[in-house]
Design a protein. Structure first.
Length: 387
């Protein structure tokens, strides 16, 4: 017998709703064959008390999961009646609400390259709207509106108007990426005084109370995506391990140690401020700033740090394929990982700003490509500044 027909193009129609906003909420997602209108799969689920926007993003995520389960090799268009979600996923609007950032990040992780997002009127999104309301009715003990068999037989909604731009091609078969949520440790006494702090070979200061508060704020900010995170991986250095313990406790995740993620060893420079180093060892400082191969104070060079950090990256990608790992590290290793994801030269580490307790998100795909989802982000209205 011939195998199943390969699907060249599919549609996701997704919706979410809340009775009260916030209130009892649910989502609905339907995966269609774009050519025939056949329903390939659908999913609807109550998600407890939530806002419309949370429910809509949940519907999108469910639809993308259906895509990866059933038709990962097809071209994809997503249609929704949420202008907010469509514009944010298309990159035209910023994701400002802190509660939406983790959901948008998860949706971006699941979205294959070349996906088109199209806004449609609500009346053209009836299937997804119906199944989410059926889920809410069932939770409330109301009679089902239609049978499951009738639901599965319903054809796709009428196509929306032709989008202004044709869908991009390429990378259509992308599987879920391995995503690293990178968190820099909170401030220490050295951070406040702008002193060089080595990895394991220096004075190894712990977090200041301000640094603990910073990490607590970041942990609270990340808590909505706790279920998406598989593990917390930390540098062995005291300030990062203390930060990781706070994050792991808040997110209810185990904390593992990865030695290759420790900070650059600054040798004899450890504990000195930049001004002190400029005054005492100006030639050494200039040589270090002008060369990626020059060790810092007899410690490590940028090239040496890059080598061990990328070994750790390969290990994480091998151990956690398609999963999300929260990595707690330092300025230099995080910048190295960002440069790797962007395909930028190592010199680019000198052009990045990395605040304490900040979050950067990188996704690495199984074909060797990568994407930066977020950089140097902090909880809105956080009561701390970059140092």
């Amino acid at each position: 017998m011939p195998g199943p027909r390969a699907r060249r193009s599919v549609l996701i129609e997704a919706d979410g709703g809340s009775r009260g906003n916030p209130g009892p909420a649910a989502y609905g997602a339907v995966l269609f064959d774009a050519e025939t209108g056949e329903v390939i799969a659908e999913r609807a689920e109550c998600i407890g008390r939530a806002t419309n926007n949370v429910a809509e993003y949940s519907g999108l995520i469910a639809g993308l999961e259906l895509f990866h389960e059933h038709t990962p090799d097809a071209d994809l268009e997503v249609r929704m009646d949420s202008k907010l979600v469509v514009e944010q996923m298309s990159g035209r609007w910023r994701v400002k609400h802190p509660g939406m950032v983790p959901l948008a990040s998860r949706a971006q992780q699941l979205t294959p390259f070349g996906t088109t997002f199209t806004w449609i009127p609500r009346e053209q999104n009836k299937h997804a709207d119906r199944i989410l309301n059926e889920a809410l009715d069932a939770r409330a003990g109301k009679p089902a509106r239609r049978s499951t068999a009738e639901s599965a037989a319903e054809p796709a909604a009428e196509p929306a108007a032709e989008p202004a731009a044709s869908p991009a091609r390429g990378w259509a078969a992308m599987r879920p990426a391995t995503t690293l949520v990178l968190v820099r440790h909170g401030v220490t006494a050295h951070t406040v005084d702008k002193r060089f702090s080595s990895g394991l070979g220096g004075s190894n200061p712990g977090l200041a109370e301000e640094g603990r508060n910073q990490i607590r704020a970041t942990a609270d900010w990340l808590s909505p995506i706790a279920d998406e995170i598989d593990v917390v991986v930390s540098s062995p250095v005291r300030r990062t391990h203390e930060s990781a313990e706070i994050l792991g406790a808040r997110l209810d995740k185990p904390v593992l140690i990865e030695d290759g993620l420790s900070e650059m060893e600054f040798g004899s420079w450890d504990g000195l401020t930049f001004a002190e180093l400029r005054e005492r060892h100006p030639d050494e400082l200039d040589a270090w700033l002008g060369s990626l191969d020059q060790p810092a104070g007899g410690g490590e060079s940028f090239r040496v740090v890059e080598k061990r950090v990328l070994v750790s990256l390969d290990r994480l990608l091998e151990e956690y394929p398609g999963r999300t790992v929260l990595v707690v590290s330092h300025v230099t290793p995080i910048k190295v990982l960002v440069a790797r994801a962007l395909g930028a030269p190592l010199e680019s580490v000198h052009r990045m700003e990395m605040a304490p307790a900040s979050v950067s998100v990188l996704s690495f795909f199984d074909d060797g490509n990568a994407a930066m989802r977020m950089f140097n982000a902090r909880p809105p209205d956080a009561a701390f500044t970059a140092r």
